[in-house]
Structures are given as C-alpha cells and as structure tokens.
Write a protein that binds this ligand. Structure first.
Ligand code: FES
Ligand SMILES: [Fe+2]
Length: 347
C-alpha cells in the first residue's frame, strides 16, 4: 500500500495539505452511519463505512476488489459488504469472503482492501489513518471536558467546509479573531481589541493566550495531541446563558481533500443534575442557533480566503500560536515522509 507513494516527488507541503497520518480522526457523526453503507472521502482516501448487527462500525477502502465499483453503493450484510455490480462480498477485515457468481474463485480468502480501525466516542466515528496501511493504531484519549462526562455535558456539532483543513485548525489557534470577526456575537463582544500574546508549552502541545486578559473573551486556546489532534478553549458566559460557568469547546478537523474539510466542535459546560437539564434545554432552544451564527462567520471567512493564502502572508505577534502549530506539523510530516521513503527503499 506504500508502494504508490513516491515521497521523493512529494513536497512536504503537499503531504501536509493532504493530511498528517499516524493518528485518529473523527470522520462522521455517529448518527450519520445507519444501516446503509456510507461512502466518504477523508485524507483523499475513499472509504466505505457500515454498521454490523451489533452496531459496530466497519470501514474499508471504498473500491470493490473485482473491478472497482464503489462498495458504498452495495449491500450491508453485517460483518461484510456485498458489491452491487456482481455481488462480491468483502469482510470488515478487507478479505474477500465470497464470490457468489463463480465456484471456487481464487479471490476468496484474499485480503484485497485496506481496512481502517474504527471506534465511536462522544457522538462521533473515529478512524485511524496509519502512515502505512497495516500499522497498529495508537491509543486515543480525550481532554477531560469530554472524558469526564459525569461532570461535563456536551453537544457535538459538525459541518463541512470548502477549505483546506489547515485553515480550520489555524483559525482556532488564533484567539484574536474572536474580538473582530465575532464582535457582534452573544459571547465575544467584550475585552481589549489589542493584546500581547504568549505561548506556554504543555505535555502534549501548548497554550496560546492573551497576556493580562483571561476570562473576558476568547482569550486562550490550547493545542494537544492524545492520539488525535484537538484544540480546547473556553469563553466566559453571562449569567443569562444559564448555569455552568465557562463555555468550553473541544475542536477537531479532518481533511477530506485538499480543498475540503469536516470540522467537529463539541460544545460543553460543566453541569450536573438540574443544571445539566437546563443547559441541554437552553442549548437546544436558544444557544445552538447563536453558535451556528458564530461558526458561519468562521466558515465564510475561511472559504473566501485568497487563493493559496498561506503562501503569501505577513504574520505578526498574534500568529505565533499558528506558527508553532505549523512547525509541529511540519516536523511530524518530515518524520512520516522519511519513514515512507525508508520503507520504499527497503522494498
Ligand atoms: S465490481 Fe464489484 S463485484 Fe464486480
Ligand atoms: Fe471563530
């Protein structure tokens, strides 16, 4: 599966534009995978997902081993999927289980397709994208605002954006845009329109924050890696928005192809018992619409950036956070490309 990747011909940026591997990504909301197979593109790979009778998710390369029809157009047979074109059946492990049109077909028993390790968490389907196809997945853990769901209560919102995923990541790593782009929003009208920013390393990433202003607006953001890349931030909430204090967001982004991505934002508050019920009621009835308005502002700006905006920029002090993230990702991409070219040389 690595043979067709000629790392020598592929620039670092090209690789990054397609999506870093060696990690888990959320690919769909859980509710989007029902009985019918679903075909998606993530990291420029076409993938089919379906649920078996126990509800477990299977994910395979979306390409029938026989002649390349889309398996996502086929039939869900539980632990396997049947191609619509001539009925070939492939298991969740990527092995051909049956070729009903032919007796003793040599295709049966062969592992012909890449399969993706899958798991569900907090309302999303996560797939592992190895640097190589057969790599064992890393452990996936979550920031405490998701992991501790007895103390926190979350809603997942997800949307497709017509921009490269790096714009979506960098947008969150840039707290200062809140004061301008979202100045008319319900939660980001307050605070200084000027700031000094500082970077603070953490175990798995870093925090990027406004010096001297915390707890007023979108004043800090954290990048972390715990088997998946995530971003965390909190925004202070006025009392009229109900109990739970700060409003937390955990964000993740998955590349679809070079010009499209899917964003995942968990909107979270620290609430228990009746406060939890009130938050969930208020979110559905009032806050959700306000949040979508804010997210639309991000989407509209990002989808309309100048062509190749990232190739001609004049960054200033507020962009230190996104520059740091770029360096982390470039280093990781270099590592992955080196690994791929080593493997290629060994073949
Ligand atoms: S292309 Fe799928 S069975 Fe022929
Ligand atoms: Fe924003």
């Amino acid at each position: 599966m690595t043979a067709n990747i000629t790392s020598s011909a592929q620039t670092l940026q090209n690789y990054l534009d397609q999506g870093l591997r060696g990690m888990w990504y959320p690919v769909l909301a859980s509710w989007e995978v029902g009985n019918n197979p679903v075909g998606i593109t993530r990291l420029e790979q076409q993938i089919v997902l379906w649920r078996d009778a126990q509800g477990a998710i299977h994910a395979l390369e979306d390409r029938c081993p026989h002649r390349g029809a889309r398996l996502s157009m086929g039939w869900n047979l539980g632990d396997r999927i049947a191609c619509w074109y001539h009925g070939v059946e492939v298991g969740g492990d990527g092995e051909v289980k049956d070729v009903p049109a032919v007796d003793r077909c040599p295709l049966v028993g062969q592992k012909c397709l890449r399969s993706y390790p899958a798991q569900e968490a907090y309302g999303a389907v996560f797939l592992y994208f190895g640097v190589t196809a057969d790599e064992a997945p890393s452990e996936l853990t979550f920031p405490q605002e998701l992991a501790d769901d007895a103390s926190y209560s979350n809603f997942l919102c997800t949307a497709s954006w017509d921009c490269n995923y790096q714009y979506a990541l960098e947008n969150v790593m840039d707290p200062m845009h809140g004061t301008y782009l979202h100045s008319s929003s319900h939660s980001m009208a307050e605070g200084d329109r000027k700031a000094d920013m500082a970077l603070e390393p953490t175990d798995s990433g870093f925090i990027f924050k406004k010096n001297g202003q915390i707890g007023v607006n979108f004043d800090w953001v954290e990048f972390g890696n715990s088997g998946a890349y995530w971003m965390r931030l909190s925004i202070p909430y006025k009392q009229r928005f109900g109990p739970g204090g700060h409003f937390w967001i955990i964000g993740m982004v998955v590349p679809e192809d070079k010009d499209h991505c899917r964003v995942f934002f968990w909107r979270i508050r620290k609430v228990k018992d009746w406060q939890r019920d009130l938050w969930r009621f208020m979110y559905r009835n009032r806050l959700e619409a306000l949040h979508w308005d804010v997210l639309e502002q991000d989407r509209i700006v990002l989808e309309n950036m100048a062509p190749n905006a990232r190739s001609r920029e004049y960054l200033y002090q507020h962009d230190v956070g996104l520059s740091r993230l770029r360096r982390i990702m470039q280093k990781e991409a270099q590592k992955q490309l080196a690994m791929l070219s080593e493997l290629e040389a060994a073949q």
